[in-house]
Design a binder for this molecule. Structure first.
Ligand code: VTB
Length: 338
């Protein structure tokens, strides 16, 4: 992948973040998501790539834009052929309710590099480079946490595990605290904390949670780029949300989708299964203020964004603070963000 594409992809998440920001705190998840999707697609289609969305807004029938299988980019001769995983708003609820940690994110890689995970739940265990050989999701969480602490040369009482504060994790949070670990349970948004777990100089040693599979694949791309490690498992809905009639029906559909995509359910997936190599570009722009990046701020008609841009091949991590003079934007983008 040409290295100069990185800056192009940062413009995509910047536009999506500006679009999402328009709907910040308005209580309408769908309007926020729709605007971010539209902005993302508009900018993607200006880039010289032959791209295909492999993790996106859903199947063509229920997602009018950035659906799985949609082609984006100018596809001019000689351009890179790439697969793309997007989450135009990672945290639609956070955006709608004005809570922290909402991001516009994407990961781009070579054709065939991402696991084609359907929109279902995924169990995720992530560590940074210093503990990359210490995880094994075949073993219990307790065994994993002890191995990670050992690898990091500290007692369990100094190990910090990040997770999502969801009822499905109540038991496990208590268990981890019982082991002596410090647990950071954030309401939503596991992509940001997955990245934090792999960054130097931060307080999170491990991420453990059951969250979205599409978010998991996007996280895997950046985990790989930052030389961390991740194990995961796709879980049908009844295993996560209980065996109600509706959940059982949805679970059967999820299993059918996995079979069609050639992906195994309830089996440990290693980093190689999630993302085949580290020739990826990852871009995340903050919508609301978070632990990873600042959110959008607006001063009259000038917006400021912060983007984390990671290029896996050279392992370069950039933070880009951009000022956007909104009146000078392309009219089609203005129609979405203003
Ligand atoms: C997960 C997680 C995301 O939403 O998808 C979660 O991966 C949804 O969980 O980061 P529930 O279905 O239990 O609400 C996020 O937290 C935000 O999109």
């Amino acid at each position: 992948m040409k290295r100069e594409l990185a800056i192009e992809f940062s413009r995509v998440t910047e536009a999506a973040a500006l679009a999402g920001f328009k709907w910040l705190g308005r209580g309408d998840k769908n309007m926020a998501d729709g605007a971010a999707v539209e902005a993302m697609r508009l900018i993607f289609n200006q880039i010289d790539i032959d791209g295909e969305i492999v993790i996106g807004e859903g199947e063509i029938d229920d997602a009018p834009m950035l659906y799985i299988g949609e082609k984006v980019g100018t596809a001019i001769e000689g351009c890179n052929v790439v697969d793309i995983a997007v989450d135009p708003i990672e945290g639609t609820r956070m955006t709608a309710m004005g809570q922290s940690n909402a991001l516009a994110v994407l990961a781009v890689g070579e054709k065939g590099c991402f696991l084609h995970a359907p929109d279902m739940y995924m169990e995720k265990l992530i560590v940074g480079p210093n503990a990359k050989d210490a995880i094994n999701l075949e073993l219990s969480l307790e065994q994993n946490l002890k191995a990670v602490a050992l690898a990091l040369g500290k007692p369990l009482t100094e190990l910090t595990v990040a997770t999502l504060a969801k009822p499905r994790h109540d038991r496990i949070i208590k268990d981890m605290q019982g082991l002596g670990c410090r647990v950071f349970a954030i309401p939503d948004g596991d992509v940001a904390i997955s990245i934090l777990a792999c960054m130097p100089d931060n307080q999170v040693d491990v991420l453990y949670c059951i969250g979205g599979a599409p978010e998991g694949v996007i996280s895997a791309a950046v985990v790989r780029a930052l030389d961390g490690n991740m194990h995961a498992r796709l879980l049908p809905r009844p295993m996560v949300k209980g065996p109600t009639e509706e959940n059982i029906r949805i679970g059967e559909e999820e299993i059918r989708r996995c079979e069609a995509a050639g992906v195994e359910v309830n089996k440990v997936l290693k980093l190689d299964d999630l993302v085949k190599n580290d020739n990826i570009i990852f871009s995340a722009t903050g919508i609301t203020k978070g632990d990873l990046v600042e959110g959008v701020s607006l001063d009259g008609r000038i917006a400021t964004t912060e983007t984390l841009l990671v290029r896996g091949k050279s392992r370069t991590v950039r933070r880009i603070r951009s000022m956007h003079y909104l009146d000078r934007k392309d009219q089609r983008l203005k129609d979405i963000i203003l």
